[in-house]
Design a protein around this ligand. Structure first.
Ligand code: SF4
Length: 893
């Protein structure tokens, strides 16, 4: 097995998945997949033991170069690296000289490798001399970081993944792990089957994670603190606390309990405040009180809140009060969203952390200054993401460098962010993607390497550091992010401190800093790894920090009850339930919740190009309870106009579902201007933040919903990536082509000219126009191949919104026979028999809805397991099993 880089033509390369914080091990092998490589799960990696979810399974299909940024550009013109780097360094130097270091800012990403992150943080906080570097992890888990620091004294996750398999009760709070951390959810579920362990899901929405749960608490959005305060009070009332642990290892219990008692005197008060049946609350409290081996997993539903840090501490309080921390099968467990959110936290990528888990105290500033031999270490925290972009908009930030992220799409009140970027005097974007919502505003774009090409380390949710290894050559002149940062630093006059020749050198420096003057005060310590040789770094096996003197990792922290606080004790923090920042009212009566889908990742730059991932959900949608839909007059399958109290607007396809509680709607986060005209939720979310963590409230924005009735609908299938001129369009990947759903208020007056921009010139074009029905169809062939097909028609939502599958399949053919060509303008193929349309339910095994329905009907299958056996659907990561169950029920009905 080859663990090192550049194994082209050789054995498999061990690397790690670039998507979620589970951090699954991946084997890349020369094969028949994209770019001549195929991928599989690494059976030797402790996170996944060889399994991958639908996203990981399709990584090889994302290795193409379409849409890649392959050369530096300044003001839109291709330039050599030297010229681009000179411009970046020159402009940053000019801003520092004229306005001071705080007029410069970096906004970086949990997609960066630890070595890239380290370089960027060192440049900003050690040499430019400002704290103004923040990361998109601020949107993801900043509240957990703040909660950990308040309770444990340091940002540490005490447990490990094995605890999910050895607990007797798993409590899942604000997390649809079945879709967002599928491999972990399957580990948990398999073990539950063996140990008869219980699962409680706490989420306002009914999600796939509720499938098979013993209890689903569909609490009122934002009432988590009350629920956990009530639990603390109940544990005390029923004698389920661990008095010995509390006395020996904690502080603040009495105050936290008094706060909880005052707020949640009994179960009825909790049930009323959380809008839950009292019996459900009592059952949860009883199970929690009586089950020693309890793990509480939490994620964005907790973090992305104006009270996110208090929610985290409410959860940590009940684990501290019961002494269930850092022991097998028990503990609070934060599920991180991004592949290297943890690595960013470790180097100091958050504006309020200096480096290596050190804050901005006088001692640590001095320590870091001496270690880096830095001229101007930042002496105070910098601006957190939302405030940072506000400062850009107000003209206080004059030079902004964005690395590997797309804030114009993903930040709340995104319209304000785009206005700020447009007004910023100097914007640099280093990225692997050429056209994003953000690169549109860049004065300089710098081509960075991406997964498969870059080399370094990432840390997953259980503190496990894994190598991400390169197996592809760098395309064009793209370079690693750390190299780009180091080159700019050298041009600013700090070449000696950034003179690394490899990521191994950076990693050793990072490890050495973690151990520098660390006599056990800081749990984050990679000291022994500072001595790794280049070959050892190349071959580094996954290891959980802190790393012991013998080079071995540490599975659990705080098992002995000692915490990295000045007193050595953990702190229970008294927290008080507060309502979200903005409540629904008459004008904006519904609350918008946002989140991820099973088969997409972030702003879809990678997963959006994979047809079988696109086929599960091919349009941005608004999930709404049928009762709310009836009030607002929106219909299933039609388009709704969603307007937020922030002023942002989106056009989303309506999906009626009783899984969505009344009063609340849900929309996925993934679509942006590259994939849809108006499908992004960034403009709808509110830029209000948790006062402690600075994390924005991305799951609670008052909105109003109204029908949007287009004058026409249509679709386009094309080999080209386009941004059609239409009020509503969505682009979806299909085999050999892109499928566009189209709609608009009125057809363009120059219909022919408009069609020509989409379909191409008259040469090779066939068309038919039904003047009476106002139906228009164009297809164009280039040589013998089908190049594009455009159908438009007036009318409601169910007319011509999607192409028939047989038409899309024709794009895979090298030759369309003459006899078949006129049929391309019809609604059915020449044979007259059209296969039924069907989306993919199981993306791992590529099993369609139609295949599952057929199996249930024709073979009399009566269980999810029987369907799995017959079709292989749900036999890999299992994240589609809930959906298969729903299909089974519907079909049998
Ligand atoms: Fe990648 Fe899926 Fe594993 Fe997450 S669960 S790391 S997305 S394979």
């Amino acid at each position: 097995m080859n663990s090192g880089a550049s194994a082209r033509g050789g054995a498999a390369v061990r690397t790690a998945c670039p998507y979620c914080g589970t951090g699954c091990g991946v084997l890349a092998r020369p094969g028949s997949g994209g770019a001549g490589w195929s991928v599989a799960g690494d059976s030797g990696h402790p996170a996944n033991s060889g399994r991958l979810c639908s996203k990981g399974n399709t990584l090889a299909e994302t290795l193409g170069l379409e849409g890649r940024l392959l050369a530096p550009r300044v003001d839109g013109s291709k330039v050599a690296w030297d010229e681009a780097l000179d411009v970046v360094a020159g402009r940053i130097r000019a801003v520092i000289d004229e306005h001071g270091p705080d007029a410069v800012a970096f906004y970086v990403s949990g997609q960066l490798l630890t070595e890239d992150y380290y370089a960027a943080n060192k440049l900003m906080k050690g040499f430019i001399g400002s704290g103004n570097i923040d990361t998109n992890s601020r949107l993801c888990m900043a509240s957990t970081v703040a909660g950990h620091r308040r309770a444990f004294g340091e940002d540490l996750v005490p447990g490990c993944y094995d605890d999910l398999e050895s607990c007797d009760l798993a409590v899942l709070v604000g997390s649809n792990a079945a879709w967002c951390h599928p491999i972990l959810f399957q580990r948990l579920n398999r073990a539950r089957g063996e140990r008869d362990a219980r699962l409680v899901v706490i989420d306002p929405r009914r999600t796939a994670s509720c499938d098979g749960a013993d209890l689903h608490l569909a609490l009122k959005p934002g009432s988590d603190v009350l629920l956990f305060n009530g639990l603390l009070a109940d544990l005390a009332r029923t004698g389920a606390i661990n008095a010995e642990f509390i006395a020996a290892h904690t502080e603040g219990y009495a105050e936290a309990l008094a706060q909880a008692m005052a707020e949640a005197p009994d179960i009825e008060a909790v049930a009323a405040g959380c809008e839950l049946p009292a019996e459900q609350v009592a059952r949860f409290y009883q199970w929690f009180g009586r089950t020693r081996r309890t793990v509480t997993l939490f994620s964005q539903g907790v973090n992305q809140s104006s009270q996110g840090t208090d929610k985290v501490n409410a959860i940590l309080n009940v684990h501290l009060a019961t002494g269930r921390v850092g022991r097998p099968g028990m503990g609070p467990f934060s599920l991180t969203g991004q592949p290297n959110a943890m690595g960013g936290r470790e180097v100091g990528g958050l504006a309020n952390q200096l480096a290596a888990h050190m804050d901005f105290s006088a001692d640590t500033i001095d320590r870091v200054r001496r270690f880096w031999r830095a001229p101007a270490v930042a002496e105070r925290p910098g601006l957190k993401a939302v405030d940072l972009f506000r400062a850009v908009g107000e003209g206080r930030i004059k030079a902004l460098w964005i690395m590997g992220t797309n804030p114009a799409a993903s930040l709340p009140e995104a319209n304000g962010v785009t206005a700020a970027l447009a007004a910023c005097p100097f914007v640099v974007v280093s990225d692997c993607v050429e056209d994003t919502d953000t690169t549109a505003f860049a004065h300089v774009v710098l081509p960075a390497l991406t997964w498969g090409e870059k080399d370094g380390t990432v840390t997953n949710s259980e503190r496990r550091i894994s190598r991400q290894r390169a197996f592809l050559p760098a395309p064009g002149v793209a370079r690693p992010d750390w190299w780009i940062v180091a080159q700019v630093a050298a041009r600013l006059g700090w070449g000696e401190a950034f003179g690394w020749a490899s990521p191994a050198e950076i990693f050793r420096e990072h490890a050495a800093l973690s151990a520098f003057e660390n006599e056990g005060e800081r749990a984050f310590n990679l000291g022994p790894l500072a001595r790794l040789g280049d070959d050892d770094y190349r071959d580094l096996d996954p290891v959980q920090w802190p790393v012991r003197a013998d080079g071995q990792g540490t599975a659990r922290l705080a098992a002995d009850g000692r915490f990295p606080t000045p007193s050595g004790k953990a702190r229970l923090v008294g927290v008080c339930a507060k309502p979200p920042a903005r409540l629904a009212d008459k004008a904006y009566p519904l609350i918008l919740n946002t989140g991820r889908l099973r088969d997409q990742w972030h702003t879809m730059t990678r997963t959006g190009a994979v047809p079988r991932l696109a086929s599960h959900t091919n349009e941005p949608f608004l999930a709404i309870n049928p009762d709310d839909a009836a009030i607002d007059g929106v219909e299933d399958g039609a388009i709704a106009r969603v307007e937020s109290v922030s002023g942002g607007v989106a056009l989303l396809r309506v999906r009626l579902t009783a899984d969505q509680p009344r009063g609340s709607v849900f929309a996925p986060i993934h679509w942006n201007r590259s994939f849809a005209a108006a499908g992004g939720v960034g403009p709808l979310a509110l830029a209000v933040t948790c006062p402690v963590s600075g994390q924005p409230e991305l799951k609670h924005a008052p909105v109003r919903v109204a029908p949007w009735r287009p004058g026409w609908n249509g679709f386009l299938v094309s080999r080209r990536r386009l941004s059609p001129c239409a009020d509503y369009w969505v682009r979806t990947a299909a085999d050999h082509c892109w499928v566009y759903s189209l709609a608009g208020a009125a057809l363009p007056t120059d219909l022919e000219g408009w069609a020509e921009t989409l379909v191409g010139p008259a040469d090779g074009r066939l068309e038919v126009h039904d003047a009476r029905r106002a139906v228009h169809r164009w297809v164009r062939l280039a040589g013998n191949r089908l190049e594009a097909a455009l159908y438009v028609a007036p009318g409601g939502p169910n007319v011509l919104t999607a192409p028939p599958p047989w038409l899309v399949e024709r794009f895979a053919l090298e030759l369309i026979p003459d006899a078949e060509r006129p049929w391309l303008l019809c609604e059915r193929p020449a044979s007259g028999v059209a296969a039924p349309a069907g989306r993919t339910v199981c993306a791992c095994m590529n099993v369609s809805e139609a295949a599952i329905v057929e199996a249930v009907r024709n073979r009399g299958l009566a269980s999810v397991d029987a369907i799995a056996k017959a079709t292989r659907a749900g036999t890999n990561c299992g994240s589609c099993r809930a959906e298969i169950g729903d299909l089974l029920a519907q079909t049998r009905k």
